[in-house]
Design a protein around this ligand. Structure first.
Ligand SMILES: [Zn+2]
Ligand SMILES: [Zn+2]
Length: 414
């Protein structure tokens, strides 16, 4: 299929549907987008639990809980830890009464996409959800999506963390304070946007750095201080090369200065820099985008890594043949996913893990052949949380897919 120009129904700007994208959508049976990639990304991001935390009560036992204000906006039924565990030990969220709607007949729900979609929206607020997501945490305060954490405070999206404070979107971090958007860091203090960093501070977009401070967009380097746009360098201060001894001597003095005396010097370097090209490293045919690493054939991707043949990835890695993915990892042949990890051949997947051949799924784990389902674990051949035989599942979803493909309205997750 040829590329085509469309007008975004949300922001009104023209946008392009490129040939590879149109081919992908056609092969997988999705309609052409009617919003530009930026509006699509905004919409997906609005589905994430926001970083504003508010007080609430468990919907079951009414004890105090702290939740993301998005959860309240979505009108989720939120349970505390104990109530959620107890609920899950007795429920699998399968609806056995096929209709369960007075206003919509069974026939309408399963044959008409609009009625089907209405019922999907209703299901999203039907089943209880855990008020916050943290596993194996100790003394965790206000966390969200933390795994194996210890003594965390005010943290979001962390993984395997320890003794951290105010951290955000981190991964395998250690002893960190005030870290932001970090990755395989250790002992980091006040760092921003790092990658495989150790003992680094005040870094804006680093990549495999060790012992670096006040650097901006530097890569595969160690022992830098106040440097910008350096790659494979060591012992530099404000972009000047020093010997190891001289570097150590000077940096031990510079480290005593408060940050507000260092930042202006880095800014001066930036103001005099002519480097404006996007930051694409170790990648092939992926220049139209920014912060792309170890990738091939990416189109308009940002913060994308180790991916191939994809378009519109945002903060996403290890994906192949995926379009419109945000904060997702290890997925293949997926369209419109957010927090869709290790998902295969699926579409409109929100907050899902290890699912396959499933569409319009939210908060599902290890489901296969599911359509319009939420809060399911290890289920197959379900539509709108109702269980079907493989034959009936195929019959119903084929009809729904034909209607989905013809949709010229926005398909939301929500
Ligand atoms: Zn737009
Ligand atoms: Zn409770």
């Amino acid at each position: 299929m040829a590329s085509s120009k469309q007008k975004c129904i949300t922001c009104g700007k023209d946008f392009l549907v490129i040939e590879q994208e149109a081919n992908f959508l056609s092969e997988q049976g999705y309609p052409l987008p009617i919003e530009c990639s930026y509006c699509r990304q905004d919409r997906r991001i609005s589905l994430r639990a926001s970083r504003n935390l508010v007080k609430d009560k468990c919907a079951n036992c009414h004890q105090d809980i702290i939740v993301s204000d998005n959860y309240l906006k979505f009108k989720f039924k939120l349970f505390c830890d104990q109530c959620y565990k107890q609920y899950n030990s007795n429920h699998d969220n399968i609806i056995t009464d096929l209709s369960k709607r007075k206003d919509l007949s069974q026939d309408q729900i399963f044959n008409n996409f609009d009625s089907f979609y209405q019922e999907y929206l209703r299901l999203l607020t039907t089943f209880p959800r855990l008020y916050t997501s943290s596993t194996h945490s100790v003394n965790c305060v206000n966390g969200q999506y933390n795994v194996n954490c210890k003594n965390l405070l005010s943290s979001f999206d962390n993984f395997d963390s320890q003794d951290s404070a105010y951290i955000n979107s981190c991964y395998l971090i250690n002893d960190s304070i005030d870290c932001d958007y970090s990755y395989e860091s250790s002992n980091s203090y006040n760092s921003v946007d790092l990658d495989k960093c150790s003992n680094c501070a005040f870094i804006n977009y680093g990549d495999h750095l060790t012992d670096c401070y006040y650097c901006y967009v530097c890569s595969r380097s160690h022992h830098l201080f106040g440097c910008i746009y350096l790659t494979d360098k060591a012992y530099c201060i404000f972009n000047r090369q020093y010997s190891k001894e001289e570097y150590e001597k000077q940096v031990s003095e510079l480290k005593k200065l408060p940050p507000d005396q260092i930042f202006p010097k880095v800014q001066e370097l930036l103001d005099n820099s002519f480097l404006t090209k996007s930051k694409v490293y170790q990648s092939e045919n992926s220049d139209y985008g920014n912060y792309v690493v170890y990738s091939k054939n990416l189109y308009l991707c940002f913060d994308a890594f180790n991916s191939e043949d994809c378009g519109y990835l945002y903060d996403t890695g290890y994906c192949v043949n995926c379009w419109d993915m945000s904060r997702s990892h290890g997925s293949q042949v997926v369209y419109e996913g957010i927090e869709a990890d290790q998902v295969f051949k699926s579409g409109y997947a929100h907050d899902c893990y290890k699912c396959s051949e499933s569409f319009l799924i939210n908060d599902c784990t290890q489901v296969e052949n599911c359509f319009g389902c939420t809060c399911l674990y290890k289920k197959k051949n379900c539509i709108l949380n109702r269980q079907f035989s493989p034959e009936i599942y195929k019959q119903i979803t084929e009809k729904l897919f034909v209607q989905l493909k013809e949709k010229t309205i926005k398909i939301y997750f929500w």
